[in-house]
Write a protein that binds this ligand. Structure first.
Ligand SMILES: CC(C)(COP(=O)(O)OP(=O)(O)OC[C@H]1O[C@@H](n2cnc3c(N)ncnc32)[C@H](O)[C@@H]1OP(=O)(O)O)[C@@H](O)C(=O)NCCC(=O)NCCS
Length: 434
């Protein structure tokens, strides 16, 4: 069975790689999103040792758009060894962007349009498009068209200092609610009665597991070294996880979004991050003919959305039963869960809802709870809080490490979820050959 049960010749994931994920403003501060993307795609194709001409489709995405080009995927094709005549388009689904890129490519292969595709996503918080206020934009346009010096002076005289303040970038405030992600997560804390202690434990565990996984070499073949400007030495590791961090340290951090009564801190939120990740997919028969060993499969997936005025980061809970049903599975068949950690508060809220019979009956129309998730199978190698979260790259990171961990545990099925801005969510069932 293929993804969502549609096709006999399955689509296999045959390669996956990411750059280190670095805290914004650090080692990748002089690299752009397209440079990070190009680095990871070039390296992945080279490591796979296949003819780049095999790939006839490139689907990539970034959440924060660039003013320098309009189609990241096409730029990647033009800057790597990929064939310049292939199809390339970019997608955007907030933090599920590289998941969207992957499932689009899977669908194209299942439909028979392509045999092999490169997918992924990237973001750099050091390569943000800095906007200008509407007044300044209007003024600049008029200035360009003005014929005389007097006309230009008139235009400038209409501008005030506040017109020079750039508007806040779209990732930080939800346009329809006017709340930042963090403020929306604080709202979920109150509505779901999530404690600070619960959040700090989730965050501490993320750091503890990420640092142990790095120590154990788990990430060695999932993460490539990148030589970034000033080109002195390669960056080999993520730089956000804290080795040996103590739970007590989290309790000392001050709330960020609601200084007086809040619970969300720099410690229990995902940090602003730079990085890129890529996943190669191929028709399984083609992969086998080439001697490639499938890393695994996306057995099923579902995208959902809820009203942002309700609980911004709750949509994955609605996606889970759909993805499980499409896979013909239930929660008891799942041996591993990779849940994107936007905020520990969202993880706690999502887990609580999945385990709540009342929530599942009232909100999802189910007759029982979807199921409790044992912390022993959740984000076992750390999550976005400790590893970082370059928005566009997170889906590809999760798929790669989820499949690797399933293979390591010799288990067949894993579940992955991502919540996103705009109150959307994705859940997917990952599978490795049993
Ligand atoms: C939460 C946020 C505002 C914090 O930003 P910041 O203040 O720049 O964070 P910093 O990393 O500088 O950390 C602040 C302090 O907490 C400390 N700290 C952070 N994590 C810590 C941890 N795990 N343990 C102990 N201390 C920690 C830092 O050392 C720093 O201390 P200092 O002030 O003494 O140097 C920022 O990470 C953010 O915007 N995150 C959310 C992004 C978002 O909305 N994403 C969309 C969700 S998908």
């Amino acid at each position: 069975m293929g993804s969502n049960g549609t096709n006999a010749d399955r689509v296999a994931i045959v390669g996956a790689l990411r750059t280190p994920f670095l805290k914004a403003g650090t080692g990748f501060k002089d690299m752009t999103t397209v440079e990070l993307s190009t680095a990871v795609v070039s390296e992945l194709v080279q490591r796979m040792g296949v003819d780049p001409k095999l790939f006839t489709l490139c689907v990539f995405g970034q959440v924060m758009p660039s003013l320098d080009y309009i189609n990241l995927a096409r730029e990647i094709v033009l800057r790597t060894t990929l064939d310049r005549s292939i199809e390339a388009y970019s997608v955007s689904r907030a933090c599920a962007t590289s998941m969207q890129a992957l499932t689009n490519a899977i669908e194209s292969i299942e439909r028979g349009d392509h045999d092999a595709a490169l997918t992924g996503g990237a973001d750099s918080m050091d390569d943000l498009p800095i906007g200008v206020s509407r007044n300044l934009a209007r003024g600049l346009m008029a200035f360009q068209k003005a014929k005389t010096g007097m006309d230009r002076l008139k235009i400038l005289s209409k501008l005030s200092p506040k017109d020079l303040v750039p508007p806040v970038p779209g990732y930080s405030v939800e346009p329809t609610t006017g709340l930042s992600m963090g403020q929306s997560a604080e709202k979920m804390v109150k509505e779901n009665a999530i404690s600070r202690q619960q959040q700090d434990e989730i965050a501490w565990r993320s750091h503890d597991r990420a640092s142990k996984a790095w120590d154990d070499g788990f990430y060695d073949d999932l993460v490539m070294p990148v030589v970034a400007p000033p080109f002195k030495e390669g960056v080999r590791q993520d730089n956000i996880f804290r080795k040996g961090s103590k739970l007590e340290e989290y309790a000392e951090l001050r709330p960020v979004y609601d200084r007086a009564h809040g619970t969300i801190t720099a410690g229990n939120a995902s940090p602003l991050t730079d990085g890129a990740a890529a996943v190669a997919v191929m028709r399984e028969s083609r992969a086998k003919a080439l001697g490639l060993t499938p890393l695994g499969y996306v057995r099923s997936y579902a995208y959902t959305a809820v009203d942002p005025d309700w609980q911004l980061l709750m949509a994955p809970v609605f996606a889970v039963p759909k993805a499980l049903a499409r896979a013909g599975l239930s929660m008891k068949d799942i041996s591993l869960v990779e849940m994107h950690e936007a905020f520990a508060a969202q993880v706690a809220s999502n887990l609580q809802a999945l385990a709540s019979r009342r929530f599942c009956e009232e909100k999802l129309g189910l007759s029982e709870a979807i199921g409790e998730i044992d912390p022993a199978i959740l984000n076992v190698n750390g999550g976005s809080i400790a590893l970082g979260h370059p928005f566009g790259a997170t889906g590809a990171r999760i798929v790669a490490q989820g499949l690797k961990e399933l293979r390591r545990r010799n288990k067949q099925f894993g579940l992955m979820t991502i919540c996103t801005g705009g109150a959307m969510g994705v859940a997917a069932v990952l599978e490795v050959a049993s």
